[in-house]
Design a protein around this ligand. Structure first.
Ligand SMILES: [Mn+2]
Length: 342
């Protein structure tokens, strides 16, 4: 039995602190990095940021993504390393032997690892670095801090604990992770520490002006046309405290866009003064996916959990199979209204 297996047996399924992760990472020679399906800025930024740090320590990394990266994040350094086939993963694992380690970033539960999740979970030790409320620690060793702004912020602390200086590439990835998951430093999860970490990233070469331009000022015209159509669906409920918008497959077709182009649309209704919860219903091929965003103390993660999803107090979501947009909305509204009173 290899050293890691002995070690992880002793600490089987434990919630860990950063100090438990450091020796595991230091000893690993090959690291498989994974994140959640439908990867966002934090998922991708923390993954490629950590990959760069580990490469700087002389380790071989394998960055596994089940799906193609949304165009929006095409500027992230290191993205070209992404591997998408299970065969390539198998090769890497077989060549690695005993010195292997898997790290899942920003992933709140195993289902969100996607179709390859069960296969990936066969790699041991399997470490989880995450900030999702409700993450029950599905790894051999899980470092989960729900109060953190982003997985990217946690990776920055990990780099420091490992004694690693960040390259400009890693700093760019991690700054992107933090800026996207904090809604540009606006969400309540943004702490003094978040700002200090971000300042450190700027000093290491992250360029806020450039990153924000890539993220927020480089959209195709089709996205604006799509926004025009989506905003016509706006409906208000519960004394204008709940705002609901939706996108249909037909709208995407007419504007030549994809669901990736709807990123951040939900912030438009959320920005209305009276709104405490914004809902975005997205019609997919075989399901309706639902994003929930709240302001103040309304905990939308509790609502998402009721529908089999999850997330954070102010940003959560779930998917619903076999129902229409209207049916999902009808089921969701009473639950949301109940949550408003909590
Ligand atoms: Mn995140």
């Amino acid at each position: 039995m290899n050293f890691f297996l002995r070690l992880t047996e002793n600490v089987a399924r434990m919630m860990a602190g950063i100090e438990e992760l450091v020796p595991l990472i230091e000893r690993a020679e090959q690291v498989v990095l994974i994140t959640h399906i439908k990867p966002d800025g934090d998922a991708l930024g923390s993954l490629f940021g950590l990959a760069d740090i580990l490469q700087g320590m002389g380790k071989k990394t394998f960055c596994y993504l089940e799906e193609e990266v949304p165009h929006l994040y095409g500027f992230l350094p290191g993205l070209e390393q992404a591997e998408t086939t299970v065969e390539a993963l198998d090769h890497f694992v077989q060549d690695a032997g005993d010195g292997i380690l898997a790290i899942a970033l920003d992933c709140g539960d195993m289902q969100r690892l996607g179709k390859s999740g069960p296969l990936l979970r066969k790699i041991h030790p399997f470490v989880v670095i995450d900030h999702h409320k409700g993450n029950n620690g599905f790894g051999d060793l899980s470092w989960v801090e729900a109060h953190r702004s982003s997985a990217g912020e946690m990776v920055c602390d990990l780099a420091r604990a490992l004694g690693q200086e960040l390259s400009a590439s890693a700093a760019t990835c991690l700054y992107t992770a933090i800026v996207t998951d904090t809604g540009s430093f606006r969400y309540a999860s943004t702490s003094g520490h978040t700002h200090r970490v971000a300042a450190g990233l700027v000093e290491r070469g992250a360029r806020p002006g450039l990153i924000n331009e890539k993220l927020y000022d480089c959209y195709p015209l089709g996205r604006l046309r799509l926004m025009q159509q989506v905003l016509t669906t706006l409906a208000m409920f519960a004394d204008e405290q709940i705002a609901v918008i939706s996108v249909t497959g037909k709208m995407l077709e007419e504007t030549g866009t994809t669901l990736d182009d709807t990123e951040n649309f939900i912030n438009l209704p959320r920005a209305v003064k009276s709104v405490r919860v914004a809902v975005f219903l997205k019609e997919g091929l075989d399901c309706v996916s639902v994003s929930l965003r709240s302001k103040g103390c309304c905990d939308v993660s509790k609502v998402a959990v009721r529908f089999g999803g999850g997330g954070h107090v102010q940003a959560s979501g779930f998917r619903s199979n076999g129902l229409t947009l209207d049916q999902v909305r009808a089921q969701l509204l009473p639950v949301l209204i109940e949550q408003l009173d909590c």
